[in-house]
Write a protein that binds this ligand. Structure first.
Ligand code: AMP
Ligand code: ZN
Length: 139
């Protein structure tokens, strides 16, 4: 399903231009218009899913397989020194476009964005950690 007011659906339909680096039946991969680094790209499923909570399991699996393939390919072509895979869900998590996408972010030793994706730590007591673990344990 495509959504007419979704910018990524419109890119997929070709209504909005993009720098497309890969396309198949399920995905289009484009360069991010405001790149965090040289080669920053986005994997867009052609179907509209708002986020990870909504995406079809098969498509999610295929997206991660494609991320692996592209990470290897881009590392070779760009000669980058590392790679981040990033996927935001919800405004508080930094999501600004509500069509599921995976960021492919090449990282370079030399570059002005060495500090992207660094965060400070929160501290929890051992009891709190146990409680959190109990809450999260998946059976
Ligand atoms: P997120 O913040 O995870 O939702 O990521 C959305 C990303 O989409 C941002 O990094 C934007 O720079 C990028 N973006 C927004 N509009 C376009 C566009 N028309 N073409 C390419 N990338 C875009
Ligand atoms: Zn969409």
């Amino acid at each position: 399903m495509r959504e007419s007011n979704c910018i990524f659906c419109r890119i997929i339909e070709g209504e909005i231009p993009s720098n497309t680096v890969y396309e198949d039946d399920l995905f289009r991969v484009i360069l991010d218009v405001n790149p965090a680094s040289k080669g920053h790209a986005l994997i867009l499923p052609k179907e509209h899913y708002a986020n990870l909570y909504e995406i079809d399991d098969e498509v999610a699996g295929a997206a991660m397989k494609l991320a692996k393939k592209l990470a290897k390919h881009m590392t070779e072509k760009l000669n980058c020194d590392g790679f981040n895979i990033l996927q935001n869900n919800g405004e508080i998590a930094g999501q600004t476009v509500f069509h599921f996408h995976i960021h492919l972010i090449p990282r370079y030793k030399e570059g002005k964005n060495a500090d992207i994706l660094k965060w400070t730590h929160e501290t929890f007591t051992p009891e709190e950690m146990r409680e959190i673990c109990d809450t999260l344990r998946l059976k």
